[in-house]
Design a protein around this ligand. Structure first.
Ligand code: AMP
Length: 249
C-alpha cells in the first residue's frame, strides 16, 4: 500500500513572527523555515507503518515555492521513499492545496493520506477535511493512534472526556495529533541518502488545478501589548481589585 504524506514548509515554531509594517501579512524574509510539526508526525507514522510491513511506499508532497524541496528532502531523510513538489509562487489556500492533493491521489492511488491536523502558520485545520470531501474518502481527524488491518484502518482520537475509536475503509484520509508519536531525529547518513532519492516537480496547471486565492486577507496585526502587572499586599486587596477594577468576579 502506498501512503501520501503532504508536508508544508512553514516558519519554524521557535521563531517569534513579526507582522509586516503595512499589515499585509507576516514577514518571512530571512526567517528560518521548517516542516510543519504535525507533518513530521505524519511522516514518522508512515515510516512506522512501513517498518511494520503494512506500507510499501511513502510519497511526500509539498505545494509551494521551489524551497519546499528542502522540506521534501527532510521528509525523505525521515524515511519517505520519493517526493513530489507542486511548484507555484502563488499564495496557496487550503482549498487549492486540497484540490492539488486530490489530483495526486487520483494519479498515485494511495491507500492512505496522512496529513497534519493543521499548519502552524495559518492554523486553518481544513486541508485534510477538504481533501476527504473532494475525494469522497472516509476521514479521521486528530489521530492519536493508527492501526491498519487488511482493508480497514482503526484510528483513535482524543475527544472531550475520553477516546473515540473509528474504523475506516481504505483508502482514507487521516490527520495527525501531537500525541500520535515522537518523530525520530534525522541522522546525517539519512540526510545524505535523501539527496539521491527521486524528487519530481509538477505545476498546478499540469494537474488541471486553478490555485487562485478565494479569500483575501484584509489586515494582520500584532496582539495588543499587555500592561505591566502589579503586586498586591494581601488577598483582600486582590479580591477588591478583581471585583472593582477588573470586574471579573
Ligand atoms: P491547514 O489546513 O492549512 O491547517 O493544513 C493541514 C495540513 O494540510 C498540513 O498539516 C499539511 O499536511 C497539509 N498542507 C497544507 N498546506 C500544504 C502545502 N502547501 N503543501 C503540502 N501540504 C500542505
Amino acid at each position: 500500500m502506498k501512503v501520501l504524506v503532504p508536508v508544508k514548509r512553514v516558519v519554524d515554531y521557535n521563531v517569534k513572527v513579526r507582522v509586516k509594517s503595512d499589515g499585509s501579512g507576516v514577514d518571512i524574509a530571512n526567517v528560518k523555515m521548517s516542516m510543519n510539526p504535525f507533518d513530521e508526525i505524519a511522516v514518522e507514522e508512515a515510516v512506522r507503518l512501513k517498518e511494520k510491513g503494512v506500507v510499501t511506499e511513502i510519497i511526500a508532497v509539498s505545494c509551494g515555492v521551489t524551497q519546499c524541496q528542502e522540506t521534501l528532502r527532510t521528509a525523505m531523510a525521515i524515511g519517505a521513499d520519493r517526493a513530489i513538489l507542486v511548484e507555484t509562487a502563488e499564495e496557496l489556500q487550503p482549498l487549492a492545496v486540497a484540490k492539488l492533493l486530490k489530483a495526486l491521489v487520483d494519479k498515485e492511488q494511495p491507500g492512505l493520506v496522512i496529513c497534519g491536523k493543521q499548519a502552524i502558520d495559518d492554523d486553518a485545520n481544513q486541508t485534510g477535511q477538504m481533501l476527504a470531501a473532494l475525494g469522497d474518502l472516509p476521514q479521521a481527524t486528530f489521530a492519536s493512534k493508527v492501526e491498519v488491518a487488511g482493508d480497514k484502518v482503526s484510528v483513535t482520537r482524543e475527544v472531550d472526556g475520553g477516546l473515540e475509536t473509528l474504523s475506516l475503509s481504505l483508502p482514507a484520509v487521516i490527520t495527525t495529533d501531537l500525541r500520535l508519536n515522537e518523530p525520530r531525529y534525522v541522522t546525517l547518513p539519512n540526510i545524505m541518502k535523501a539527496k539521491k532519492k527521486q524528487l519530481d516537480t509538477v505545476k498546478p496547471e499540469e494537474l488541471g488545478v486553478d490555485v487562485s486565492p478565494r479569500l483575501k486577507t484584509l489586515k494582520v496585526e500584532e496582539p495588543a501589548k499587555r500592561g505591566a502587572g502589579v503586586k498586591v499586599p494581601d488577598v483582600a486587596t486582590l479580591i477588591d481589585k478583581l471585583k472593582n477594577e477588573a470586574k471579573v468576579i
